[in-house]
Write a protein that binds this ligand. Structure first.
Ligand code: ADE
Ligand code: ZN
Length: 352
């Protein structure tokens, strides 16, 4: 056997340039989590909504989270400023422009209709505002943007079923369903029937599992909900037989490193399990989750990880981008085109 080749390391600036240039998909972004404090205050003013924070600075200062729930409380308060179609459009358009600048060619965007319909905002307002922004992104930015409707798992399955039925007049405006919000105590199997109904309608299925919740939630997302991707999934590493199953299936995990640090799932980025997940042969993708709250959009997640985790090299950058494109729900012809672009991007780069 030949001795291993010494790893050639590219200078940091070159790695960052490559991470930016490579075509990639973002598969785990909550659009309500892209609302920047400045936009929250501007919308509060134009809509006459009173916020429990005196200023943008005071709101930003509150972004010190101890766990998922402490974040969700502020996230739902921030979303209370969204009332009109224009608000939903503005929020999504701002995110999509930012994503395009980060080299995102495909964005599959989560939205939480119940957060809005429970406040009396019509489903039509939510979906039309968001989908107009997605259509404009496809036309003007060259970003293939699609919507995934998420159910809030702290609410009942009956509410989720009602939400799905209420969204069906806009069926062509979303490609799948997801499951988010407070994980502990709300296992995937609580939503078995609504996911079955969604799948029968030809919708794709994904679910948050194994962020704060145990590996058992990942098993049940696979077996009961029959999901096509696991959102987060980092706690799979606690269960070797689950890791084996996920690796055999090449089940995509939409990992969100900056989120994991902010929500104390991982103590620091330098201790993030990303290298272990890759070493286990899992189909890992990187994503931003709630970029306005967690300190960075997609490219920042990539660059911060490559800065903090010295074992990551050019081959990992390639694998992460390729996984994201392959794991998207985009048409095969689009994926093939993006993958060719990815090959071109790495043609002249020495592997490390
Ligand atoms: N909703 C928005 N961000 C979330 C996260 N990280 N986990 C669960 N639900 C969410
Ligand atoms: Zn999430």
């Amino acid at each position: 056997m030949n001795p291993p080749m010494p790893a050639t390391r590219l200078p940091r600036e070159q790695v960052h340039a490559l991470l930016k240039a490579m075509p990639k998909a973002e598969l785990h972004i909550h659009i309500e989590g892209s609302l920047e404090p400045e936009m929250i205050f501007a919308m509060a003013q134009r809509n006459g909504v009173k916020l429990p924070y005196a200023s943008v600075q005071a709101l930003r200062k509150a972004y010190a989270f101890s766990d998922l729930q402490s974040f969700l409380d502020i996230y739902y308060a921030g979303a209370s400023v969204l009332l009109n179609e224009q608000d939903f459009f503005d929020m999504a358009w701002a995110y999509l422009k930012r994503a395009a600048a980060d080299g995102v060619v495909c964005a599959e965007i989560f939205f939480d209709p119940q957060t809005h319909t429970e406040r009396g905002v019509a489903m039509a307002v939510v979906i039309q505002g968001l989908s107009t922004a997605c259509a404009r992104a496809r036309a003007e930015l060259g970003v293939h943007a699609q919507l995934i409707l998420c159910f809030l798992r702290h609410l009942s399955e009956a509410s989720a079923l009602e939400t799905l039925e209420a969204a069906l007049p806009w069926r062509e405006h979303f490609i799948g369903v997801g499951l988010d919000s407070s994980e502990d105590g709300h296992p995937p199997e609580k939503f078995a029937r609504v996911f079955e109904r969604a799948r029968s309608l030809g919708l794709h299925a994904v679910a948050h599992a194994g962020e704060e919740g145990p590996p058992a939630y990942i098993w049940s997302a696979l077996d009961v909900l029959q999901v096509q991707r696991i959102d987060h999934g980092v706690r799979c590493l606690e269960d070797p037989s689950l890791v084996q199953r996920l690796a055999t299936l090449q089940m995509p995990l939409t990992v969100c490193p900056l989120s994991n640090v902010k929500l104390c799932v991982s103590p620091t980025l330098g201790q993030h399990p990303l290298p272990a997940l890759l070493a286990a042969g899992l189909c890992v993708t990187l994503n931003s989750d709630d970029p306005a709250y967690f300190g960075g959009y997609l490219l920042q997640n990539y660059t911060d990880c490559f800065d903090a985790l010295p074992s990551l090299g050019v081959a990992d950058a390639y694998a992460l981008a390729r996984n994201s494109l392959q794991a998207s729900f985009a048409p095969e012809a689009d994926k093939a085109r993006w993958l060719q672009g990815l090959e071109r991007c790495f043609e002249s780069v020495p592997s490390s």
